[in-house]
Every structure is written in structure tokens, then in C-alpha cells.
Design a protein around this ligand. Structure first.
Ligand SMILES: NC(=O)C1=CN([C@@H]2O[C@H](COP(=O)(O)OP(=O)(O)OC[C@H]3O[C@@H](n4cnc5c(N)ncnc54)[C@H](O)[C@@H]3O)[C@@H](O)[C@H]2O)C=CC1
Ligand SMILES: O=C(O)[C@@H]1CCC=N1
Length: 272
């Protein structure tokens, strides 16, 4: 299968790197187009992939087209490629936050074309093969097409087929989550600096501690909460810090952050 990317910024770049590194696709079967044509060309050169001068040229060249542009740009891009889509049996993939498959069909008049659209919410960690991506097909997408896209994201992390209804929640606890984890790591490291470590050393230690904790949790049947108990020795250091964190609002702060992310995703959807 040939896969095309319209918009080759941060997220597309992470996905392209992931699917080429994992050998899901050969670089020669990847085609890139960006409004900034020179940028797409240099990206393509770096990956050993192809670049096109127009979006319609890209559509002609591939089987699956991933829209890697910001949510508000989606209608303009789909309008641009609508005629090429109509002539061919191509599958559209959208990774845009707050953008339902139905809104893509409606806003750009694809509704009469039985256009297959597959919505994916990945996260930045696809870059290192550790993404967490949700996949949902619209009513025109075949099971085979949905499976193909699930497999594509499954080679660069974990992927689940998920009802679109849950995409806002998924965006909050996965799509946006790397930023929140980076903030957590930075906060931990900063605390280390307060207590005398260098920032470089503290960054490295905090990153490894978070990585190891995630791996430990993945490797056990115990819940996160049970693991909290296992680290907390009676009368020890952990429980002292834990109670202070909870007292200072750690749990409710995290939930409030997730709530705000969900609300923004819903708001983005309404702006269409
Ligand atoms: N950054 C992230 O961690 C994640 C982003 N997303 C979604 O991915 C999408 C892209 O986000 P980023 O990669 O962060 O944005 P970005 O700003 O890094 O990349 C967007 C690219 O689209 C190009 N572009 C703009 N207008 C265009 C047009 N008319 N035709 C062709 N190319 C055009 C820009 O030149 C740019 O290279 C968004 O819809 C976002 O919601 C989803 C999950 C995670
Ligand atoms: O911040 C955003 O809107 C995108 C969606 C998930 C991660 N980045």
C-alpha cells in the first residue's frame, strides 16, 4: 500500500519516522505534500520518501491519505482534493483533534461520495514505536481498511479500535498526555535541582524513573493504586510525600487538566 501525508509537521513526521523505522512501509511507498513544498521535499529527502508539488498529485499517487494539518485547515485541504478523491477509491485518514468523520463529510460535501474516512488519535510517542492510538472508521470504511490503519499504528505502539464517542476522552488521556508527562518530569527534575542536583542529571534521573515505572506497571497484573502501596513503606519516605501530594491537590489537578482537554476537544468540534 502507498501512503500519502498532507501536512508534514510534528505529528506526521513522527508517524512517518515510525512506520518507516518499523518497516510497516517502504520509504519509496511514502509520499509527502506540505503547503511549504520545500519543507516536504527536505523531509522526504531525509526519509528517502517522495514529495509532490500539489495535494492532488499526492492523492493520485497513493492508496491512503493522512491529513496531518491543524483541525481548522482540514476543510480547505479536503476541498482541494475532493475531485481527485471522487475519481478514485482512496481512504482518508484524519488525526485532527476535535474533528469527527461526520464533520469532514458534511463540511466539505463528501457526503454523496461514500468516502471512507478513518479517524485516528495518535500521540507523539509513535516516533519511538511507543504510541497509543485510537482508530475509528466511518460507515463507509470497510473492516479491512480500519484493520489496515489499526495495524499501521499498531506497528508504532499500541492501537485500539474505539467508538468515536470516546475520542475526546482518549485525546485527553493519550493524545495530549505526553506534554503533561513532560511537564511532570520537568517538575520532578526542578525539585531535584532545588535539592542540589544539576538539571541535566535530574532530567535524566526523572526520565528514567518515569520510564521504569511505566514498564513496571505494564509488566504486572496489579493496578496502579496497588503499586503505589507497594512502593510506600510503612513510616517511610514515599507515604510522606504521597500524602503531601494528595493534600496539595495532585489528583484533582490531574482530573481538572483532563477535563479542560476534553472540553477543548469538544469546543474544537463545535467550531466546524
Ligand atoms: N502534535 C501532536 O502531538 C498531535 C497532533 N495531532 C493532530 O495532528 C495535526 C497536526 O498537528 P502538528 O503536526 O502538531 O502540526 P504542525 O503545525 O507541526 O504541522 C502542520 C503542517 O501542516 C502544514 N499545512 C498547513 N496548511 C496546509 C495546507 N493547506 N496544505 C498542506 N499542508 C499544510 C504546515 O505547513 C505544517 O507543516 C493536528 O490536527 C493535531 O490535532 C494529533 C495527535 C497528537
Ligand atoms: O494539542 C493538540 O491539539 C494536539 C492534539 C493532541 C495533541 N496535540
Amino acid at each position: 500500500m502507498k501512503i500519502g501525508f498532507i501536512g508534514t509537521g510534528n505529528m506526521s513526521g513522527a508517524i512517518i519516522k515510525g512506520i518507516i523505522d518499523s518497516k510497516f512501509v517502504d520509504a519509496s511507498d511514502v509520499h509527502l505534500y506540505d503547503r511549504n513544498v520545500d519543507f516536504a521535499k527536505s523531509r522526504a529527502e531525509g526519509f528517502g520518501a517522495n514529495a509532490t508539488d500539489t495535494a492532488t498529485e499526492l492523492v493520485e499517487a497513493v492508496d491512503y491519505i493522512l491529513l496531518g494539518v491543524k483541525p481548522h485547515i482540514i476543510p480547505a485541504v479536503v476541498k482541494e482534493i475532493r475531485d481527485s478523491l471522487a475519481k478514485n477509491d482512496k481512504v482518508l485518514i484524519s488525526i485532527a483533534a476535535g474533528t469527527s468523520t461526520e464533520s469532514i463529510l458534511k463540511t466539505v460535501g463528501l457526503a454523496n461520495m461514500e468516502q471512507s474516512i478513518i479517524r485516528v488519535m495518535p500521540n507523539m510517542n509513535v516516533m519511538v514505536g511507543e504510541g497509543a492510538s485510537a482508530v475509528a472508521g466511518n460507515e463507509n470504511a470497510t473492516e479491512e481498511q480500519v484493520e489496515f490503519v489499526k495495524d499501521m499504528f499498531g506497528t508504532i505502539g499500541k492501537s485500539w479500535v474505539l467508538d468515536e464517542h470516546y475520542f475526546s476522552a482518549f485525546t485527553a488521556i493519550s493524545g495530549s498526555m505526553p506534554a503533561y508527562v513532560f511537564l511532570f518530569i520537568d517538575s520532578i527534575a526542578r525539585a531535584g535541582v532545588k535539592h542540589g542536583l544539576t538539571k541535566a542529571m535530574a532530567d535524566e534521573i526523572a526520565t528514567q524513573a518515569v520510564l521504569g515505572s511505566a514498564k513496571t506497571l505494564q509488566g504486572t497484573d496489579d493496578s496502579a493504586w496497588t503499586m503505589v502501596d507497594k512502593v510506600s513503606s510503612p513510616g517511610g519516605t514515599t507515604v510522606a510525600g504521597l500524602l503531601e501530594l494528595i493534600d496539595e491537590g495532585f489528583i484533582s489537578d490531574v482530573v481538572a487538566g483532563v477535563d479542560a482537554t476534553v472540553a477543548k476537544d469538544i469546543e474544537l468540534g463545535k467550531q466546524k
